[in-house]
Design a protein around this ligand. Structure first.
Ligand code: GLY
Length: 389
């Protein structure tokens, strides 16, 4: 076993977009930062569609989370510009295209009307459209569309490009990237001291951030009183390609709830059309199933019949890091020196800019910014309960 004797200021465990943004932002604050992941830039972001859907994915009882989501969405334009510069010119595909959520039958319409009322109560901007108005905006929509919500503030990025840019920015900022898994947390004198990697390397650091997505609850050596209640929630996603002759196929993200399941179509400027996503509680299974692909194509076809003409270029499944209240765990734990940045569930891409800023502020100053305080990991701790207001 060998060890980095001097140690770093910060060790980030996990190199998905949340771990990478944390490491990049910490390094920019002057902290000596290392990161461990066998496949940095991978994880759920390789599958995700990249919707920035703070308004269209609003749910009852999640108004506090809404505040975090809206704050992060507002940071995206500046974040994309800073990241382009820091990564040596990589573009993350931020596209201010807006979203149209549509209803296919009377039940869907009622559901959307209720969502619209909730959005208005929360002070959010969205506009009710008739079916005809929806089709005027997006002529490829099915003739049977009964109405919809136009949300001009819900945009998109390309999560694969986001991950690549974050990895480049980390390397350019001097983050030491170890392409090996961390297997065990090192503790001593009642605090976190670092981690042991799969190849036996010991990485020591003053502060450790566990940001391993759905795997965050699996790190050995985390004391039982530090709850990391994160579980994998499988999502299957398809990628179609829009030939130039068919463009523009869709000009914005189009989504609906069909028979109780969410389906969305996210058109990229390069012709990729991402169709997602299933939501399945099946543990660590990442099999792409005939049933999953069938349901996505069936529902997407009801919305936009023309998709059956398009080449199907990729099918994939990923694991969202689900938490008990669907909100992330951001901040210090009951073990001094150990922080969490995980549990982002359906909002990892959306919450990337804000997570980076929150974690960097915590690592640099010891203070959690106000906006993130309701998301303390201690709300699930077995020794102390904090109010999740
Ligand atoms: N936010 C989209 C999804 O998780 O499927």
């Amino acid at each position: 076993m060998h060890s980095s004797r001097k140690g770093s200021d910060v060790l980030v465990i996990g190199g998905g977009i949340i771990g990478l943004v944390t490491a990049w932002r910490a390094a920019r604050r002057g902290l000596r930062t290392v990161l461990a992941d066998p496949d940095p830039g991978g994880g759920a972001a390789r599958v995700a569609a990249g919707m920035l859907a703070a308004v269209t994915e609003l749910h009852y009882g999640e108004e506090t989370l809404l505040g975090l989501n809206v704050a992060s969405a507002a940071r995206y334009p500046q974040f994309a510009a800073e990241l382009a510069e820091a990564s040596g010119g990589l573009d993350i595909g931020y596209r201010a295209c807006g979203t149209l959520a549509v209803a296919l039958d009377a039940d869907d319409r009622l559901h959307l009307r209720e969502l619209h009322a909730l959005q208005r109560r929360c002070g959010l901007e969205s506009q009710w459209l008739t079916g005809r108005e929806c089709r005027r905006l997006e002529p490829m929509l099915a003739p049977g569309v009964r109405g919809g919500l136009r949300v001009d503030g819900d945009h998109q990025v390309d999560p694969r490009r986001l991950a690549a840019a974050l990895l480049a920015a980390c390397e350019r900022a001097g983050v030491g990237v170890h392409r090996t898994a961390a297997t065990r947390l090192l503790t001593g004198a009642d605090r976190a001291l670092g981690a042991v990697l799969e190849d036996g390397t010991e990485l020591r650091a003053d502060q450790v951030v566990l940001a391993a997505g759905s795997l965050s609850g699996r790190l050995e050596g985390v004391p039982p009183e530090v709850a990391v209640p994160v579980r994998p929630v499988k999502g299957q996603v398809l990628r179609l390609s829009v030939p130039p002759a068919y463009a523009p196929f869709l000009s914005r993200t189009v989504r609906a709830v069909v028979r109780g399941s969410h389906v969305y179509l996210v058109p990229r400027e390069n012709g990729e059309l991402v169709v997602g996503a299933t939501s399945e509680e099946l543990g660590w299974d990442t099999t792409v199933t005939a049933g999953g692909v069938y349901e996505l194509l069936r529902d997407a076809h009801e919305l936009v019949p023309g998709i059956t003409e398009l080449p199907l270029v990729e099918t994939r499944a990923g694991l969202r890091p689900g938490s008990p209240d669907n909100a992330p765990l951001l901040g210090p734990t009951d073990l001094p020196g150990l922080h969490l940045a995980t549990g982002h569930y359906r909002n990892g891409v959306l919450l990337t800019p804000l997570t980076g800023d929150v974690m960097a502020e915590l690592l640099a100053t010891g203070t959690v910014p106000e906006v993130a305080r309701p998301f303390s990991p201690r709300r699930f701790s077995t020794t102390r309960q904090e109010t999740y207001a």
